[in-house]
Write a protein that binds this ligand. Sequence first.
Ligand code: ZN
Ligand code: ZN
Length: 298
Amino acid sequence: MDNITAPLQFFLDPGKRIYWGYAFTAILIASLATTYQQRSFNPGSQLLALTNPHYWFNRSTLIDYALMLINSLIRTSLIIPALGARLSGALIVGAFLQVNVGDVQIVSSSWLFVAILFSGTLFLADDASRFLLHREMHRWPLLWKMHRVHHSATILTPFTVFRVHPIESVIYSARGFIVFSLVAGTFIWLFKGQLSALEVLGVDALGFIFNMAAANLRHSHVRLSFGPLEGMFISPTQHQIHHSIYHQNVNFGSCLSLWDKFSGTLVRSREIPRDTKLTFGLKQPMKIGRSIGATGRV
Ligand SMILES: [Zn+2]
Ligand SMILES: [Zn+2]
């Protein structure tokens, strides 16, 4: 029963993107963006657009919901039991370094400094590894076969984030586990005893800010650009460009756009004329991204 109701818990879990608090800020930001773009505030029509049943219930979104349920079942019945507590991987890495590299200890007078350094390192490693895996998903035919499920969405809603092939979902979980184990294990080894389990497992502060700042609008039809900040952070419009049938080999980043900048795959919102309607899905052959080879994949 717990497995079945797990997706409902997503609304109450700050670790999930559709947590009610993030949904609330997303609606607020969407309203502000729409008001700004239309140069007028029309709460009636905004509410109508938000509650339009054709937007939330259609052929595309039904697949999102089905995959959300399937992936949640796999997570609770397979991934969590298989990978166990996240800390176990970190402790193994820490013990491995202690035995094979030797006893190193950095003493810091401030636990806060260690905690901030740890959160920052974990955030960077997590975001970079997501970027790399996502880019490979588009590059390798076998991985693309799975990842195209996410791109087959023709209507983007915040639930599209769960529209992922079950095997892709398992691969991403394994990635998260490996990255966390490596980073946390290294910190446990370097700062023995100065980083408590609580800090290691604490709420990911940067991820929280990212989710509050309109991450839900990435999968929506609300155009929201970050202007000059798009060279640093991926805006909702930049991810929508990634979903556009013409531009799928660009903007692979999750939070930071630096990785795309380095790999030559960054496209800013201003490069797409404002009045260009972005069409989502797989139907048409796409144009090729900046630096990724011409594969003709869609
Ligand atoms: Zn993609
Ligand atoms: Zn997406």
